[in-house]
Design a protein. Structure first.
Ligand SMILES: *Cc1c(COP(=O)(O)O)cnc(C)c1O
Length: 386
């Protein structure tokens, strides 16, 4: 029996080292990485500016504690705010933790500004917000909650993109926040309707409800924009980040407008590791790279190259979804089987819900590697159809 708990169904392969869009086994077998650790290593493996920042910081000091000032954490927060919206940042260590903090902020807002009258959190069916108790409660999927019920009673679920259901859920005037993704990543890269998103923004303004955008997967350049909301021309009140924020070091962040962020006073929330010097050094290197002139433009271009190739070459029963290099493909096959077959052909991809798989190459992949991966994917899908 393994000494590891059995909560993962892992593919039978392991990697010893990587470079750019490629991962290698101990026997130097090469795999093209269109998984990026589930949109974490968005700048590829062994990306020099990040490797250098991490090694030089590790040699100075890895951890001090939020008992003390951490200049790199402040620099990182400034960079995030400068490139998103006016507000403040709290750092933690994962996507679930960032959503936990967002939920706590929403509760604090309801309890102070609305004197406890607003406390419900609306989230969407088929969403994914994490595996901790509160974030699992916001994740309206039976397969995630099975065996762990009852869920927190303050959650209310509505069908994604359903404006009528949204209006009905507001009838009691007891909602403090609406939490949603722009593309439901785990759910199969299901895109939000722009009309629905605009209506969420409108009702949030009208009723002083907080709009929480979970950008854990859509953030950090994946869509061709630094943050996904920038593609839609609206702003959230709270945005949660993680996955690619430090290109593989564990980190999460909550960005909130000041009317919300100011509620986190000393003693209300915290994290031992959150924003420590090592993770902050990596994250500063990441955001500096992604905000360089031309970087996001090139993600958009690569996204189009990938989309056009897939549209032209995939069998017509496949559907292509997403934006930029956040690509989902719905196929007639089980997502796990598609990922397994791609693995055999030395291409790593990510299974998702809704009979879909995700193609998440690093954002700085070369056009050659991008097309090579796309070609392996198409060949694999055609093989499955034989
Ligand atoms: C991955 C993910 C999470 C959870 O992040 P963890 O770091 O695994 O806790 C939450 N929300 C979204 C949208 C995600 O993609």
């Amino acid at each position: 029996m393994s000494s590891l708990m059995g909560n993962y169904g892992r593919f039978k392969v392991s990697f010893a080292y990587g470079n750019g869009a490629k991962l290698y086994t101990e026997n130097n077998e090469e795999y093209l990485d269109f998984a990026s650790g589930i949109s974490v290593t968005n700048l590829g493996h062994n990306f020099k500016p990040v490797t250098d920042a991490v090694s030089s910081q590790a040699a100075k000091v890895i951890h001090t504690s939020n008992l003390y000032e951490i200049p790199l954490q402040e620099e990182l927060a400034d960079l995030i705010i400068k490139n998103s919206f006016k507000g403040q940042v709290f750092f933690c260590n994962s996507g679930a933790e960032s959503n936990e903090a967002a939920i706590k902020l929403a509760r604090l807002y309801g309890n102070t500004v609305h004197h406890g009258k607003k406390y419900k959190i609306i989230s969407m069916y088929n969403s994914f917000h994490g595996r901790t108790y509160a974030t699992m409660g916001a994740t309206a999927q039976e397969k995630i909650q099975k065996g762990f019920t009852p869920m927190p009673a303050y959650n209310q679920y509505i069908p994604f993109n359903n404006i009528d259901a949204l209006h009905q859920a507001l009838a009691l005037n007891d909602v403090c926040a609406i939490m949603l993704e722009l593309f439901q990543g785990e759910g199969g890269v299901m895109p939000i309707d722009v009309e629905f998103l605009k209506e969420v923004r409108r009702v949030c303004d009208e009723h002083d409800i907080l709009m929480i955008l979970d950008e854990v997967q859509t953030g950090y350049g994946r869509t061709g924009f630094l943050f996904g909301y920038q593609l839609f021309g609206i702003e959230p009140d709270i945005m949660t980040l993680s996955k690619s924020i430090a290109n593989g070091l564990p980190m999460g962040a909550v960005v909130a407008k000041e009317k919300v962020s100011s509620l986190f006073t000393p003693g209300t929330h915290g994290s031992t590791f959150g924003g420590n010097p090592l993770a902050s050094a990596a994250a500063c290197a990441v955001i500096k790279e992604m905000t360089k002139e031309g970087f996001l433009q090139s993600v958009k271009e690569k996204g189009n190259i990938l989309k056009e190739y897939l549209e032209k070459n995939l069998p017509k029963e496949c559907t292509i979804k997403g934006a930029g290099l956040l690509r989902g493909v719905k196929t007639p096959y089980q997502p796990k089987d598609v990922a397994e077959a791609c693995l055999k052909n030395h291409l790593l991809i990510v299974p998702a819900g809704n009979n879909s798989v995700r193609l998440y190459p690093p954002l700085n992949i070369s056009n050659d590697d991008l097309l090579k991966g796309a070609e392996i994917f198409v060949t694999t899908i055609k093989e499955l159809g034989k």
